[in-house]
Design a binder for this molecule. Structure first.
Ligand code: PMP
Length: 352
């Protein structure tokens, strides 16, 4: 059969288990434990299903405007898609078709190599340093584009705005994409740099900070020309970027921003408390600025802890690769969930 040969071996990214068991404490895909906000709830409850007969606003102009205003940008600097995964896929397709390999860290979000395989984009991974940090100097050589999350996933380590600015300055010939999926849990956004640099694209999601993973809303922020090219590519697949209900939900979420910031503060406080308790049990961990932590214990296999937690209906993510031998990534849930997690871990290591 003749079809695109390079697709035969594509291994799709697997986001993590979505088990159907009851009484589940789900700490494996970095979802937010708190509600999206009252305005979102009201928007959904008052949405008239009759409106679904009609195609949505193809421009999503109201949502675009609210997002632009929230970040101090112009409306046409905002690109919207179905979750940031779709925005990222279209970014790879639009921005990374140059002569040279694109660069991203090893380790990082594991969807990036999948897009490269799909779209035939040459890439080179760059090892993190021994402390699992991204070194800016590694991104100063000629390349066809750069992408990494800030904070990085699954480490949660943050790069400073100044260091990212250095990377952007050294790469005026290529697009630098900063995936800020987790920026609102203690990091500092690079959005102000958009005023100075045309080769920067910032990716945001409504899934984490805004508790809307189920609604699929992702954003790219950049200069008008880059954003308009993203729309050209997107509209070649589907000229209605965001469905009608997701638009209304997104608009309400922006209006809910103050309460959502309070939820993020609670998550940060729970993260720090969880880290302290795990350190007392002998775990080591990266310096996470995200809604997850990345932990390791020299005396107990992460795989064993992962399997025992699962028996107790607590789901976390297990990592085992050459550079990340026996690690767990644990999403920060609410206080009750994290207490149950900590009690379970204590029990598991005491019984080992
Ligand atoms: N970027 C990073 C770094 C992520 O971890 C995720 C979540 N898996 C995404 C983007 C995609 O999030 P979403 O598609 O839900 O917006």
């Amino acid at each position: 059969m003749s079809w695109r040969n390079n697709l035969r071996d594509v291994e799709p990214y697997v986001a993590g288990e979505q088990p159907k068991m009851s009484n589940l404490i789900k700490l494996n895909t970095n979802e937010n434990p708190y509600e999206p906000g009252e305005k979102v709830k009201e928007a959904i409850q008052s949405f008239d299903p009759f409106k679904l007969r009609l195609y949505p606003d193809a421009d999503a102009s109201k949502l675009k405007h609210l997002i632009a205003e929230y970040h101090g940008l112009e409306d046409d600097q905002v690109f919207l898609g179905n979750g940031s995964d779709e925005v990222l896929a279209l970014t790879f397709l639009t921005c990374f078709n140059g002569q040279n390999p694109i660069l991203f860290p090893d380790i990082t979000y594991s969807f990036y190599p999948v897009y490269c395989e799909l779209f035939n984009i040459d890439y080179k991974t760059v090892a993190l340093d021994d402390a699992f940090k991204i070194k800016k100097e590694d991104y100063f050589n000629k390349n066809g584009g750069i992408i990494f999350p800030n904070p990085n996933a699954p480490t949660g380590e943050l790069m400073s705005v100044d260091d990212i600015e250095d990377i952007i300055k050294h790469n005026s010939e290529s697009v630098v994409v900063i995936d800020e999926a987790y920026i609102d849990f203690g990091g500092e956004t690079v959005i102000p740099l958009l005023k100075k640099y045309d080769n920067l694209l910032v990716i945001h999601t409504f899934s984490k900070f805004r508790s809307l993973a189920g609604s699929r809303l992702g954003v790219a922020l950049g200069n008008k020309e880059l954003v308009s090219h993203l729309y050209d590519v997107k509209n070649s697949f589907n000229s209605y970027p965001i469905d009608a209900l997701a638009q209304v939900i997104g608009e309400a979420s922006i209006k809910d921003s103050e309460v959502i910031k309070e939820h993020a503060k609670k998550i940060i406080a729970t993260r720090e408390r969880t880290k302290k308790a795990l350190k007392e049990m002998g775990f080591t961990m990266t310096d996470s600025y995200s809604n997850f932590i990345f932990i390791h214990h020299d005396d107990y296999d992460a795989e064993h802890i992962f399997k025992e937690l699962r028996k107790k209906h607590i789901i976390v993510r297990y990592f085992n690769a050459p550079r990340i031998n026996q690690y767990l990534r644990v999403t920060i849930g609410n206080d009750e969930e994290m207490d149950a997690f900590l009690d379970a871990v204590k029990e598991i290591i005491q019984a080992s």
